[in-house]
Design a protein around this ligand. Sequence first.
Ligand SMILES: [Mg+2]
Length: 280
Amino acid sequence: MLDSAVFLDRDNTLIEDPGFIDHPDQVKLLPGAVEALHRFCGCGYRIIIVSNQSGIARGHFDEQQLSRVHQRLGELLKAEEITIDAIYYCPYLDGEEAVVEKYRKDSELRKPAPGMLLRAARERGIDLSRSWMIGDRISDIQAGTAACCRTILVRSNRTQYNNHVQPDHQVQSILEAARVVEQHRNSTDKPSLDSPEPTTHELLAEIRDTLQRQQRQELQDDFSLVRLLGSLMQMLAIVAGLWGIVAIFGGRDVAAIPRIGLAIFFQLLAVTIHFTARKR
Ligand SMILES: [Mg+2]
């Protein structure tokens, strides 16, 4: 059985967000974060951080600096006896703001795309339908929804709402999010990726196949009836023909004529039925 995980946004969800953190000294856990992480672990969830880090593409810091920041975060949590399973980050950004060409691109890893969650699930054996995505931005919710995770929006004064994006739960803090996770730990209200809902294309293909099967079955049924009728006509033609031959050999030519005529009639009927069946 696959593990389940709590995917956590980093900035303004787990740690303070002064804007483009580029030094370990800037890493400060938000109030309630430690207790929340203990609760996630207590429920059996693995903890995976998924963070957009466009500061790299913008030229504010590089991946080595980011690595030291994350190392500091790991140390802070280790001191609280909390182990994070992994940290995934997206250094890419599309557009003119991305001044570092190496990182200028539209990436599937960047939230609201679900790339980081999908990669984590693939690499670490995570069942996304039993997992959670928690973050303070609508893009976190979009990423979690796209990955078929349950979602919790941690509201803040910086959250920009979108009427078309509805998180499964909304809370005021990461600690409150942990309580929601505890309450719903044994339920899954999202479809599993292992058994996705059929797409419109798949439904149309299924309808087409069903109709074709029905048509084939009807043709088979019709053909069986027609063939039976044709065989019957053929037998009658043979009987009538033999009857006419008996009359001829008996010297009763007058009686033979209608019998032979009847045989020809039945034979024509049999041939007609045979060709009709073949045509269908
Ligand atoms: Mg955030």
